[in-house]
Design a protein around this ligand. Structure first.
Ligand SMILES: N[C@@H](CC(=O)c1ccccc1NC=O)C(=O)O
Length: 357
């Protein structure tokens, strides 16, 4: 935080950014103001911006989506327009960056799975800015991003010719870090000085905790310190997978029938060497100073509550005071939280409003 220098954006970054137009995102009809205002613009969206590591040609899944609140611009910004630093009066605002789930392999779950929650967040943002409040913490959102990353092979969806579908740990983490570095180079410094929230669902929650740790833990080469993602203020895990080896050694009651799929996707993502699954679990238990928000539905038929309890225990015992753990409630089945989006948005808005001291 003391060193605000960052790697400058390159011409390739700029052109990747500008290849995708901003499209207006409309909210539900208000119905109060006649036809003209019936579907107000709640934000602007860029879909599938290529953000590959700069040394490699971009693959189909090395992309990210970005949303800006409507307050960022009175009209649809030009494709080359970057998010502007917020005014001092309005406060710096917070970025939320989301990592989707799908067991490291499901091609049907992508960055666009954040759309319902993003829409709900932008909608509530619009409602909030119309209210005047001088006492409560500034709940402003600076922007939202949702990351794609290369996937591991899925036996039910073979794609042997697609290089974006052959990933093996730590490739998934490498892509998340490349996407964070891309945003770091392009976004205004204020986005980083005031930190951001990294959120993820299921294996995306695993990746969120892994991505904030030193890359050397994952055998990834050290990067230029200026391209290091800055420290996150909070990591938010929704229905996350945190102990695959533990699940496989002793599947909790009610989840034993999932031992087969768990073993399959664990091998698919991490390979057949059990020591890597265990090392993987131990290594991600140490994090930098951060707020860890853990959300796990007790009605989740795919991920047992024990996954949350395990990580909570480890972070509380071994966090050394650097990690504040908060558990928040959610209901529904495994994917309901992102499919519906409203509870996910509520949790994230609460972290933005109250979680960043
Ligand atoms: N739809 C997934 C299944 C899946 O996502 C999953 C299954 C069990 C426990 C966690 C899961 N997802 C975590 O990212 C698949 O195709 O493998």
């Amino acid at each position: 935080m003391q060193d605000h220098s960052k790697e400058p954006a390159t011409p390739a970054d700029w052109s990747a950014w500008a290849t995708v137009p901003w499209t207006p995102l409309t909210g539900p009809a208000t119905g109060t103001d006649g036809a003209a205002n019936s579907n107000p613009i709640i934000g602007y969206h860029k879909a599938s911006v290529p953000c590959a590591p700069r040394s490699n040609p971009p693959l189909a899944l090395q992309t990210l989506d970005v949303w800006l609140p409507a307050s960022a611009s009175p009209t649809t910004p030009d494709a080359s327009t970057l998010p502007q630093p917020s005014s001092a009066a309005a406060g710096p605002g917070t970025w939320i960056i989301y990592i989707h789930g799908g067991a490291w392999r499901d091609p049907a779950i992508t960055a666009s799975s954040f759309t319902p929650a993003a829409t709900a967040l932008l909608q509530s943002q619009l409602t909030n800015t119309n209210k005047t409040s001088t006492t409560s913490p500034d709940p402003r959102l600076a922007g939202l991003a949702s990351l794609n990353y290369r996937l591991s092979p899925h036996p039910a969806h073979p794609a042997p010719a697609d290089p974006a579908r052959q990933a093996r740990h730590p490739d998934h983490i490498a892509d998340i870090r490349a996407a964070l570095a891309f945003l770091h180079r392009l976004l205004p410094a204020s986005a980083h000085e005031h930190s951001y929230i990294l959120a993820g669902h299921s294996c995306g929650a695993t990746l969120a905790f892994q991505a904030v740790m030193a890359p050397s833990r994952w055998g990834l080469s050290p990067t230029d310190p200026r391209s290091e993602p800055p420290a996150v203020a909070a990591v938010v895990g929704f229905n996350g997978l945190y102990d695959l080896a533990g699940f496989l050694a002793a599947p909790p009651a009610g989840y034993a029938h999932l031992a087969g799929p768990y073993a399959e996707f664990t091998r698919g993502a991490f390979g057949g060497d059990e020591r890597v699954w265990r090392a993987e679990d131990k290594k991600k238990k140490r994090t930098r100073k951060v707020l860890a928000v853990l959300v796990q539905s007790r009605e989740d038929t795919l991920v047992p509550y024990a996954q949350l309890e395990g990580l909570r225990g480890v972070l509380e015992r071994e966090g050394g005071g650097a990690v504040e753990v908060r558990v928040m409630e959610a209901g529904g089945d495994h994917d309901d939280i992102w499919k519906d989006g409203r509870r996910m948005a509520e949790v994230l808005a609460e972290v933005v409003a109250g979680g960043l001291a």
